[in-house]
Design a protein around this ligand. Structure first.
Ligand code: F6P
Length: 420
């Protein structure tokens, strides 16, 4: 092997955690250190750790025995370098992040995360000139440009097992059980676990539902002697009416953005010549934008001062399944119960598939780094790993197409998707 062009890399994990992150860290670190003689620096708590210069040296001992461990040994956060809450203010910390990476002599920053993380990494490259590489992680499986993201297979197994277990109790009590599965904008997890678990009704954000259609379907099942039903619902599923309202709101938001852009342009012109440090914005005024991650953008953000620290957090989300269960119970008269799987889907040991996938993705990333190739996402396509230029994937989301084979198959076997 020729001399690796990269001598030192940083690794961080960003966004929601999931099983497989440690397996990926292990793969990258082992191959980078052992095979290519690179120095590997772990950055704690995502981009925040980079800004605050919180790092640990990853040596062989640090990455041994972590293949099966859930979560991330590095910690994670949803912070973005260009909009980071710092002491109650929203700051652009891009320069600081890049400076810290340079101080450690990192030739490249490897970011493990979903679509938001890829966007943030891309910005560091574009605005700060820092070389980056990303690996697609999310239980939602909505990262654009890859067949699958790591973490998804594990979450799918957990959700499928939950549906299996709910079947037995629903059957015994002749009830309907509404099972809420993660997936705010994309329904892959509810769809695939719903199919694998044999859910009778599967509701996903991509197919707005009509309550009457579901109610009629449930009653029809009873008429056929099936006195229980399992409803697998993605947390972002919405009724047709809600979808219409959302569409109007989305259009309004776009118009607002356009207006704001024009206004900002005027403001910037006026401010030309003024000394420009990191941009500071009053925390309260910007509370809605503060640290908002796409997965959480719909939830109210709260800012609170506790002792000397300003904490920002998204309000606890009420399971949407509760409302749906109540509505369906009122509509059909069939007793309903609710199970919200929540973060159980993100915990525990990764499946064999996810471990192998993380190892493949990690090894491919290091192979490219050694060649001095940067600014790519390592995608898994058709059973192999391929680099995809970041500019081809940022800002896009992989959602379930209406004619996806799983939907066609589900309809074929008589599952209800709530729309017809
Ligand atoms: O982005 C992955 C995801 O698991 C989503 O499915 C879910 O909406 C969100 O994260 C929950 O994130 P958290 O509760 O950690 O903010």
């Amino acid at each position: 092997m020729s001399k690796p062009k990269t001598r030192c890399i940083g690794i961080l994990t960003s966004g929601g955690d999931c099983p497989g992150l440690n397996a990926a860290i292990r793969a990258i670190a082992k191959m980078a250190m052992g095979h290519c003689g690179m120095k590997v620096i772990g950055i704690q708590d995502g981009f925040r750790g980079l800004v605050e210069n919180r790092t640990i040296l990853l040596d062989d001992a640090a990455v041994s025995g972590i293949l099966t461990r859930g979560g991330t040994l590095l910690g994670t956060s949803r912070d973005k370098p260009h909009q980071m809450p710092m002491g109650g203010k929203l700051m652009d910390m891009t320069e600081v992040a890049v400076e810290n990476a340079r101080r450690h002599q990192m030739d490249c920053l490897v970011c493990l995360g979903g679509g938001g993380t890829a966007k943030n990494a891309y910005r560091l490259w574009q605005k700060g000139g820092l070389n980056v590489m990303t690996l697609p992680k999310t239980i939602d499986n909505d990262v654009f440009g890859t067949d699958v993201s790591f973490g998804f297979d594990t979450a799918m197994s957990i959700a499928t097992e939950a549906i299996d277990r709910l079947h037995t109790t629903a059957t015994s009590h002749h009830r309907m059980i509404v099972c809420e599965i993660m997936g705010h904008r994309a329904g892959w997890l509810a769809l695939q676990s719903g199919i694998a678990g044999g859910a009778d009704v599967i509701l996903i954000p991509e197919i707005p539902y009509d309550l009457r259609v579901i109610g009629e379907y449930l009653l029809e099942r009873r008429r056929h002697g099936k006195r229980f039903s399992i409803i697998a619902v993605a947390e972002g599923a919405k009724s047709k009416a809600e979808a219409e309202v959302e569409e109007i709101a989305r259009k309004e938001k776009e118009k607002d953005k356009e207006r704001k852009k024009n206004k900002d342009g005027e403001k910037k012109d006026k401010e030309k010549g003024k000394e420009k440090n990191a941009e500071t914005i009053e925390a309260e005024a910007e509370a809605r934008a503060l640290g908002v991650d796409e997965a959480r953008a719909d939830l109210p953000l709260k800012v609170r001062k506790v002792e000397d620290e300003v904490l920002a957090y998204h309000a606890v989300q009420e399971p949407m399944a509760s409302r749906l269960a109540r509505q369906l119970q009122d509509l059909t008269g069939v007793e309903a119960r609710v199970t919200s799987l929540g973060h159980v889907q993100r915990g525990g040991i990764p499946t064999a598939f996810d471990r192998a996938l993380c190892t493949l993705l990690g090894a491919k990333a290091v192979e490219l780094l050694a060649e001095g190739r940067f600014n790519q996402m390592i995608a898994y396509r058709g059973g192999t790993c391929v680099p995809v230029p970041l500019e081809e994937i940022v800002g896009q989301r992989k959602i379930v197409p209406q004619d996806h084979p799983f939907i066609t198959a589900g309809r074929g076997i008589g599952s209800c998707f709530g729309d017809r």
